[in-house]
Design a protein around this ligand. Structure first.
Ligand code: AMP
Length: 406
């Protein structure tokens, strides 16, 4: 797919104004009105794109969303706190303006000299950002003459700055280096030509958004390991008793599962479910626990982590894998007492990668668990967009990428 998409390398930005859509929706801790950025990854990964444009003496206008202000401007969701950090990283002053459209913004942009950069206020202070609004896109389009999308975290969303805004730039639109890397790594996995065995680990609780992936990867995967909330619909459809474990009541999930089971007779040679689970009598870290077979969980109890046998089995498969993709924790890893399964998976993938496997991991929770174990640097590629990664795995051309290709 990469061949068909223009990147920042296809343009020289001298005397041009780049309007860059980034995803600076970073996790923060706010106390006494001061912001501590918990994870800088998304910002750091968009720096090379910004630097390329600055080094060519282009002007830069940065637009992003932050949090879910739902169209209402507020101090809490202002992007202003990022200017100091960005200035430090880029070693130049990053200007800021407290709006993202309008006459004053245009004036500020026109005042920029070559090699200068301005960050504009949160796009989601306008509800029109989330409604594919032509007028809002038109207003934004006045702020630059080359559109650059480097916001992988939201490229699967049909939001104005992602899908409508690029239309106003004709052929003068492209992706940045962060996006290029994400697409290249995912393409590398999805072509199915990675070194075998190819293993995919899917966990988490958003079952509906992940179940469709299985149909798309089953033909080239050697192992699909299912854990966490993802496992219970499988156990249920196979006649197991799952007690009060998490389950999304959704006919579509049931239909997709039945279809997969019908189409692939030997599916259980590829799909591996946990055999034992740690169950709890309430949804809290200090709950009473027991280890039981995953298909006989009593009422009043819920499975919150994979058990020791399953950890061993999953790690054994990961150890011999040469291409690995992981999205979603295999337990409620936020509770220390139910985090061992997820942390063991993280460590096993890091070790396999050190021994030569190619690994790609997405989803904030999986990455957080790698960090708990201090092994995030060992992974071949950490994706900045969990949802976008999942949609790519369903073989969808993501709306934001399509918009650049049109
Ligand atoms: P997702 O966004 O789909 O990757 O889901 C991540 C969430 O799934 C995390 O907050 C986990 O606590 C949760 N999760 C994982 N396993 C379970 C489980 N067995 N029961 C309830 N929640 C789970």
């Amino acid at each position: 797919m990469m061949k068909e998409i223009k990147t920042v390398d296809d343009f020289n930005f001298k005397n041009q104004t780049a309007l860059i859509r980034v995803d600076f929706n970073v996790p923060v801790i706010i106390s006494n009105q001061s912001y501590k950025i918990v994870d800088h990854t998304r910002i750091l990964k968009s720096i090379p794109t910004i630097q390329k444009i600055l080094s060519e003496k282009g002007k830069i206008v940065i637009i992003s969303h932050f949090g879910r202000p739902k169209g209402i401007p507020s101090k809490t969701y202002s992007l202003k706190f990022l200017t100091d950090y960005l200035s430090q990283q880029l070693k130049i002053t990053v200007h800021f303006f407290e709006d993202c459209i309008g006459e004053t913004v245009i004036e500020k942009v026109n005042e920029l000299k070559n090699g200068e950069i301005i960050l504009l206020e949160n796009l989601r202070f306008y509800k029109e950002e989330e409604t594919e609004d032509e007028n809002f896109a038109f207003e934004l389009s006045k702020l630059g003459n080359i559109y650059v999308n480097d916001a992988f975290g939201v490229v699967h969303r049909c939001h104005t700055s992602i899908t409508i805004l690029p239309k106003f730039f004709g052929k003068k639109k492209c992706i940045g280096f962060l996006m290029k890397k994400e697409i290249q790594y995912l393409d590398q996995f999805l072509c199915g030509k990675g070194k075998r065995p190819i293993t995919v680990i899917l966990g988490g609780a958003k079952i509906d958004s992940k179940i469709g992936i299985i149909e798309n990867i089953i033909d080239f995967s050697d192992y699909i390991l299912i854990g966490g909330g993802m496992s219970y619909p499988f156990i249920k459809i196979k006649g197991g008793i799952i007690g009060d474990s998490i389950i999304e009541k959704n006919k579509r999930i049931e239909k997709t599962l039945k279809k997969i089971f019908h189409k692939y007779q030997n599916i259980m040679n590829i799909i591996h479910l946990p055999k034992d689970v740690i169950i709890a009598d309430s949804f809290k870290n200090e709950a009473n626990t027991k280890i039981v077979s995953i298909d006989s969980i009593p009422n009043g109890w819920m499975g919150l982590d994979i058990g020791p046998y399953s950890i061993k089995n999953f790690c054994r498969i990961i150890k011999k894998s040469k291409t690995i993709l992981w999205n979603g924790p295999v337990g409620v890893f936020e509770f220390p007492n139910f985090s061992l399964g997820t942390k063991s998976i993280a460590k096993a993938i890091a070790n396999a990668t050190e021994k030569g496997a190619f690994s790609i991991i997405g989803g904030g929770d999986s990455i957080a668990s790698l960090k708990m174990e201090n092994c995030e640097k060992k992974i071949s590629y950490l994706s900045t967009g969990g949802g976008a990664m999942l949609d790519s795995l369903k073989n969808k051309i993501l709306p934001g990428i399509k918009a650049i290709m049109e």
